[in-house]
Design a protein around this ligand. Structure first.
Ligand SMILES: Cc1cc2nc3c(=O)[nH]c(=O)nc-3n(C[C@H](O)[C@H](O)[C@H](O)COP(=O)(O)O)c2cc1C
Length: 445
């Protein structure tokens, strides 16, 4: 029987995706400690989550007002420790939970990414994943020594080349290349380790990769692009996908289109799981959950929404009045998350204002939170899953570790009782737990 995938949406930060999360009375303050991440990992593992993954951005959202003072004072996603090091800490504190981290194809080198993730995959016994992003804004460009962020679709063209190099690296050692025979003196079979020569439009490399295959071959590839070009990239490369479908009807449509696109690449669409974001706010009873939600709503500040919009759209929202419409030129120049911009334009049906962006995107506030008892939340997740609007959920926290403790305590047993969700792990590696086989060399060519 088909069962749900469950992914914990984590941040190696001072808050969750909700900038206000650090203000919650139950939020922990030790977000730079290994103990904090290991505890969250253990909670997710008790709830049989297949994976936890850390998102990332290579800058704080100080594009807003061109100055860090306001976002620093308000704690709007300003602490971002390295997610790969953090995922390693979490992986070492857990046994079965897959752990993933985000790394940018625009700002890192493919050899480095291939080596770092493959190393973590070894260290934690084949449970690592890489969330491939192309990054979104000039703040990231400036931190990484560039003048401007690359143009949207060109980023993905570059990312295609990046993927070829990374996969070539990961495929350059055969599963059985290592011999380590002291008697014969043979360390590894030279016929099973290949050199790579790559010359593309954006990237080149020439050399031999230095990390052998891991217990699951190599890390699982995650992708979450939602623009038309992003989806083409995702359908080609992703082994599991993260999306943020707005409602179940739209989700069903996009899910089917996306699965068709995967099949269009000659790949098996059932093997690539599509996981949509869910913000559960759950308690023993519906009215207790509503009280919890009411508290969460009080934590939001307008600076959260405005600075996160500026970050996502690569445009300083402080330069506009609240009810001033954006010009066509300004809208055109927004080079960040274009699917977000397109949705706002579609829903307002005219040139949107700052207020329209805040209202349509609800940036900084929980979008479509699922508030209720275990039954209420499970009913909603079941509907999405059974009607094929998704294969699983990226569970996002209103605060940590509270959201995950509540979800594991209330929702997980209800889903398990309904047979919709695993009662135990299927294997030791992330690939086994996602139903992915060992990767076959060259499947992507
Ligand atoms: C669950 C989820 C997690 C994401 N995590 C990140 C992230 O960590 N860093 C990032 O830059 N973008 C992240 N994104 C956004 C996408 O990866 C992508 O960068 C964004 O949609 C812009 O690309 P697009 O214009 O192709 O949509 C995430 C999206 C989803 C749905």
């Amino acid at each position: 029987m088909r069962q749900m995938v469950m992914v914990g949406f984590l941040q190696a930060q001072n808050c969750t995706t909700l900038a206000s999360a650090w203000r919650h009375p139950d939020a922990r303050r030790d977000f730079t400690s290994a103990a904090y991440y290991q505890y969250i990992g253990q909670v997710l593992e008790a709830g049989k989550f297949q994976m936890a993954f850390f998102d990332d951005r290579l800058a704080m959202p100080d594009i807003y007002g061109g100055n860090p003072a306001e976002v620093v004072a308000n704690g709007v996603r300003v602490v971002k420790i390295d997610p790969v090091a953090t995922m390693m800490a979490m992986g070492l504190g857990t046994k079965y939970l897959g752990v993933g981290s985000t790394a940018s194809t625009t700002y890192y080198e493919p050899f480095d990414v291939a080596r770092r993730f493959q190393t973590v995959d070894h260290m934690i016994g084949g449970r690592a994943a890489w969330n491939v992003v192309t990054s979104v804004n000039d703040g990231e460009a400036h931190n990484m020594g560039r003048d401007v962020h690359m143009e949207h679709d060109a980023r993905y063209d570059r990312a295609d080349e990046f993927m070829e190099i990374v996969l070539n690296c990961w495929e350059s050692w055969d599963d059985d290349a290592l011999v380590v025979d002291k008697k014969s003196g043979l360390f590894a079979d030279p016929n099973k380790v290949r050199r790579q020569e790559f010359q593309g439009k954006y990237l080149k490399t020439s050399g031999t990769f230095t990390v052998p295959r891991s217990p699951q071959g190599h890390p699982v590839v995650i992708q979450a692009g939602s623009s038309p070009r992003g989806k083409v990239f995702s359908a080609k490369w992703a082994e599991t996908v993260f999306v943020g479908y707005p409602d179940v009807e739209d989700g069903k449509k996009q899910y089917k289109e996306f699965k068709d696109a995967i099949a269009g690449h000659g790949r098996d669409p059932d093997s690539v799981t599509v996981n949509t974001i869910a913000y559960p706010v759950v308690a023993e009873t519906r009215s207790e959950a509503e009280d919890k939600m009411a508290l969460i709503d009080t934590l939001y500040k307008e600076v959260d929404g405005l600075s996160l919009l500026s970050e996502a759209l690569n445009f300083d929202f402080k330069t506009k009045g609240m009810d001033e419409a954006f010009s066509a030129e300004e809208l055109d120049g927004m080079s960040g998350m274009q699917a977000m911009r397109n949705r706002v334009m579609q829903q307002t049906g005219r040139n949107p204002t700052v207020r329209d962006f805040l209202e349509v995107t609800r940036r900084g506030r929980p979008r479509e939170a699922i508030v209720g008892s275990a039954k209420d939340v499970a009913d909603r997740l079941e509907q999405w899953f059974v009607e094929r609007a998704c294969d699983g959920f990226v569970v996002a926290g209103t605060h940590t570790p509270g959201t995950f403790e509540d979800f594991v305590k209330f929702v997980v047993p209800e889903l398990q009782r309904r047979g919709l969700y695993q009662k135990d792990y299927k294997g030791a590696t992330l690939r086994e737990n996602l139903g992915l086989g060992m990767p076959q060399n060259g499947w992507w060519r």
